[in-house]
Design a protein around this ligand. Structure first.
Ligand code: SF4
Length: 96
């Protein structure tokens, strides 16, 4: 732990306004399957948004998203559609 607290302690201070039923992440299953990027997305997302399902599809639980953009940086073009949540929704960071 640092003088600022552990990562989980700091994350717990954030506030999240869920835009119910309006996911800001869309997974394009055909391209994810074709490129095999699913396991990488599961691994790089610190918020554990992505889950590789038994049927090979990739699900995204958008309510946990930290809006860091890492998934977009590693995904092949077209595998994901990602945009910031609508104004007033999504994460508000309380500490840098
Ligand atoms: Fe995970 Fe960051 Fe992508 Fe959100 S933007 S799904 S937190 S990697």
């Amino acid at each position: 732990m640092t003088m600022f607290g552990s990562v989980p302690e700091r994350l717990a201070k954030n506030r999240y306004e869920l835009d119910e039923g309006q996911s800001h992440i869309e997974v394009h299953q055909d391209l994810v399957r074709a490129t095999g990027v699913g396991p990488l997305l599961v691994r790089v997302c610190a918020a554990h948004v992505y889950t590789q399902e038994a049927d090979g599809s990739l699900s995204a639980e958008y309510s946990a998203c930290l809006e860091c953009g890492t998934c977009l940086a590693v995904a092949p073009p077209g595998a994901l559609t990602w945009h910031y949540p609508r104004g007033g929704f999504g994460i508000s960071f309380r500490e840098g």
